[in-house]
Design a protein around this ligand. Structure first.
Ligand code: NAP
Length: 244
């Protein structure tokens, strides 16, 4: 039986690239997103489709954790791991920052992951262990992004360091993988290339590689964290920033 890994927010972008890489390396993946048609399209891009499944649900909704639980029970799935890829910028995320905007950002970027972990980790411990990778952001290091987004990712990195210590002896490996700006179809910076070309070119010129990262350059590192039999990455905030 393949080990099963839930990848949140995985119908496109980095989440889909991670899901494809995990599937290529023999894991079963659960894809997640809100739009059924996009999820189906993503599903067709996975090798060995019979091993994988789809969980179509808005994870920021109150009922999400119960819906996820019902899905796992209905499919008799025990999770080996989770990639908390879900995250991003919420609307009105500008200075001066309103508390309601920060709350929405914290829900999307931090709380959803904590809720899933709180439900899944005790089961992983009962099974002998598991692995959890959160996708952070270089915005947490440099603050050079929308305010609520940068603050939320900073909180996420600290949550990872704190929780990894707590669960280490229970054989739970928890870490964060931290990309800098990603460019892919539909990404924020890909839209800026069209709508704010000057801003796009200026930012791109600041990147040591002279370009932004592609999801396919980050995904193999995430997959390796599940393949390598080691606990040594636990608590690590693994920066993959292309020299930034
Ligand atoms: N893009 C960057 O420059 C960048 C840089 C550093 C770090 N990151 C981090 O990398 C991760 C992935 O970013 P990305 O740019 O690949 O994201 P993305 O292209 O915006 O994709 C987001 C994915 O999440 C799904 N999704 C959105 N809201 C959801 C919800 N409420 N419930 C369930 N699924 C939802 C989307 O599908 P639906 O819309 O159909 O739901 C989609 O599959 C995020 O954590 C982000 O913060 C991104």
């Amino acid at each position: 039986m393949s080990k099963v890994i839930l990848v949140t927010g995985s119908s496109k972008g980095l989440g889909l690239a991670i899901a494809k890489e995990l599937a290529k390396n023999g894991f079963s993946v659960i894809l997640n997103g809100r739009d059924g048609a996009s999820l189906q399209n993503a599903f067709t891009q996975l090798p060995s489709q019979e091993k994988h499944s789809l969980f179509c649900h808005d994870l920021t909704k109150e009922d999400a954790i119960e819906a996820l639980d019902a899905f796992l029970k209905a499919h008799a799935i025990s999770l080996y791991g989770v990639v908390h890829n879900l995250g991003g910028k919420v609307k009105d995320d500008v200075q001066p920052l309103h508390v309601k905007t920060l709350q929405a950002s914290m829900r999307l970027n931090v709380e959803v992951g904590i809720e899933i972990n709180n439900r899944m980790i005790p089961r992983m411990i009962a099974q002998g262990g598991g692995k959890i990778v959160h996708i952070g952001s270089s915005a947490a290091f440099n603050g050079n992004a929308s305010p609520a987004y940068a603050i939320s990712k900073g909180a996420l990195h600290t949550y990872v360091k704190n929780s990894a210590r707590y669960y280490a002896k229970e054989n739970i490996m928890m870490c964060a993988v931290v990309p800098s700006i990603l460019e892919h179809e539909g990404s924020e910076w890909s839209a800026k290339r069209m709508n704010e070309p000057q801003k796009y070119e200026t930012r791109k010129a600041q990147m040591p590689l002279g370009r932004f990262a592609m999801p396919e350059e980050i995904a193999p590192y995430v997959s390796a964290l599940f393949s390598i039999e080691s606990m040594q990455a636990t608590g690590s905030i693994i920066a993959l920033e292309g020299g930034v």
